[in-house]
Design a protein around this ligand. Structure first.
Ligand code: 5GP
Length: 207
């Protein structure tokens, strides 16, 4: 049998909140057992049902700033007035153990990651394994309905998120893949196909 090398993917997905991204990510993690979710730190309060250490590490402003100073984040950004950051150790550990790492981050974070990776040698595992996808709702109106249906945010918060979503949606061209999330099943098929195809790309890119 041919020994195939283990190659990890760094899968970055961005979507305006309410875009259906959380469900899509959960399905990916349920199907691809070698994939780990990068649990971010945030200064926002937990929503109903969110678990500290699973959905996010919910930390204070002071704690967040301390971690920024300690260079613990590979990227961090302020979204909807709250701070969010990806822990360097999550990605390093994932890659060290031969796993794929899934990151759900905003457009600013994704652009920071792209910029950092572009300074690494082309042979770097992180750079090689990087793939990004933008998941867009079919329209702002659909997004507004979804956010209201979800019922987790106050009206003013929803309006702020919609404003932000319009800004984010202008940046889909920065991503390698675009998924318009009209029907969840079709979107999931697209996302899983991307993961499978990208693994095959990595296999081919041997030294
Ligand atoms: P939410 O508060 O709805 O969970 O997330 C709000 C936004 O923050 C989403 O667009 C999400 O992708 C983004 N986000 C979550 N974690 C991170 C992170 O670690 N870094 C960055 N830059 N954005 C994040």
């Amino acid at each position: 049998m041919i020994e195939l090398p283990v190659r990890s993917l760094l899968v970055v997905v961005s979507a305006p909140s309410g875009g259906g991204k959380t469900t899509l990510c959960e399905r990916l993690l349920a199907e691809f057992h070698q994939m780990v979710y990068s649990v971010s730190c945030t200064t926002r309060a937990p929503r109903d049902g969110e678990i500290d250490g699973t959905d996010y590490y919910f930390i204070s402003e002071e704690e967040f700033e301390r971690r920024v100073q300690n260079d613990e984040f590979v990227e961090h950004a302020t979204v909807h007035g709250h701070r969010y950051g990806t822990l360097r150790r999550f990605i390093e550990r994932g890659f060290a153990s031969g796993r794929d790492v899934l990151m759900d981050i905003d457009v600013q974070g994704a652009s920071q990651i792209r910029e950092k990776l572009s300074t690494l040698p082309a042979s770097d595992a992180l750079r090689r394994g990087f793939v990004d996808a933008f998941i867009a709702p079919p329209s702002i109106e659909v997004l507004r309905k979804r956010l209201h249906l979800r019922g987790k945010d106050a009206d003013a918060v929803i309006e702020r998120r919609l404003q932000q979503a319009e800004n984010e949606m202008r940046r889909w061209r920065e991503y390698k893949y675009l998924i318009v999330n009209d029907r969840l099943d079709a979107s999931y098929d697209a996302l899983r196909s991307i993961v499978v195809a990208e693994h095959h790309r990595l296999l081919k890119n041997e030294d």
